[in-house]
Design a protein around this ligand. Structure first.
Ligand code: VAH
Length: 310
């Protein structure tokens, strides 16, 4: 059976629905530190679970006969800057708990999300390669870089089958993101429909790697379903779909909502965004397990506005 930790989050929610559709509702156990939306809670088994509590996690794994874990719980970049020690504790101890369950052979496969946040100000910003300078300047980025090292160590040392992706900023309509720097790219669609205007917390020319959630979920499942022998990277794979600036997404919305107006008031999240790449080279993922994105900005805007208008 499959356990999703952090099932109420932006990615966790979509993974829960997709995996339940694929495998059946009772094969996929959703868990989080607090209950989520009714549509998630009504879609199958749910457990309240603190991912940093090893004994509680071990009990859920034994009770539901879990063999695969998707660890989606984390504190994201903006919030982690406000609570560094809480972020480190959650992001790292939840990972150690899951890696150690696999080392003890209590589970057989792990997905753990990394992020383009592992790159820092010294990293080449255009077409950032799989292997390059990584000196993240954010708490969140440091935790993701350390997590990548630990995943690779547990794979090489103990044969743990852990797989990971450096997600770009993710755009989705089913849930709101929580405390990230790329959250503007989700909020903007809600505000465009509700108020025809949005005040963006990043400057208009801040280009960041982004991906529509359908592509991110498909990348995750394609990686998890690949033969183990094909996976040459056991830290985390670069994956890419598109890069855009706030002004480009505003223009894309204006083609469907002509009266849409954007204003800019950069805040502390600007410094986080400035430390990240503007585009990513995902040739390793393409080569090793056939990754290919589908959604560009135009299709993303169409899908977001269509689903949020329902
Ligand atoms: C964040 N959405 O903004 C996350 C992600 C690349 C960005 O890691 O913190």
């Amino acid at each position: 059976n499959i356990l999703i930790i952090g099932a109420c989050g932006q990615i966790g929610t979509e993974l829960t629905f997709t995996l339940r559709e694929k495998h059946g509702r009772d094969i996929v156990i959703a868990s989080d530190i607090r209950e989520g939306h009714d549509n998630l809670m009504d879609s199958g088994p749910f457990e309240l679970l603190d991912a940093t509590d090893y004994d509680a996690l071990e009990e859920v794994v034994a009770y539901y006969e879990i063999d695969e874990v998707y660890l989606m719980a984390a504190m994201l970049s903006a919030t982690a800057e406000k609570f560094p020690m809480r972020a480190w504790n959650l992001n790292m101890n939840s990972l150690f708990n899951v890696l150690n369950l696999a080392k003890e052979k209590k589970i057989s496969k792990i997905f753990w999300p990394s992020s383009i946040a592992v790159f820092g100000p010294k990293t080449p910003k255009e077409n950032t390669p799989q292997n390059t300078i990584m000196a993240p300047s954010t708490v969140y980025g440091i935790s993701k870089q350390s997590g990548e090292r630990w995943c690779e160590y547990y794979h090489n040392k103990f044969g743990v089958d852990v797989r990971s992706i450096r997600y770009p900023g993710l755009i989705s309509w089913k849930t709101m993101p929580g405390g990230g720097t790329t959250d503007y790219a989700v909020e903007i669609y809600h505000k465009a429909l509700a108020e025809k205007t949005y005040t963006c917390f990043l400057s208009e020319d801040t280009s960041l790697p982004m991906m529509f959630m359908d592509d991110a979920i498909r990348a995750t499942l394609e990686l998890m379903e690949s033969d183990s022998g094909k996976i040459k990277v056991r830290s985390a794979y670069n994956v890419a779909a598109m890069s855009f600036t706030p002004s480009e997404v505003a223009q894309s919305i204006a083609t469907q909502i002509p009266e849409f107006k954007m204003t800019y008031e950069p805040d502390s999240r600007q410094a986080i965004a400035d430390s990240w790449p503007s585009s990513i080279d995902d040739s390793e993922a393409r080569k090793d397990w056939g990754w290919k994105s589908v959604f560009n900005l135009e299709k993303t805007t169409q899908d977001m506005l269509k689903n949020l208008s329902k």
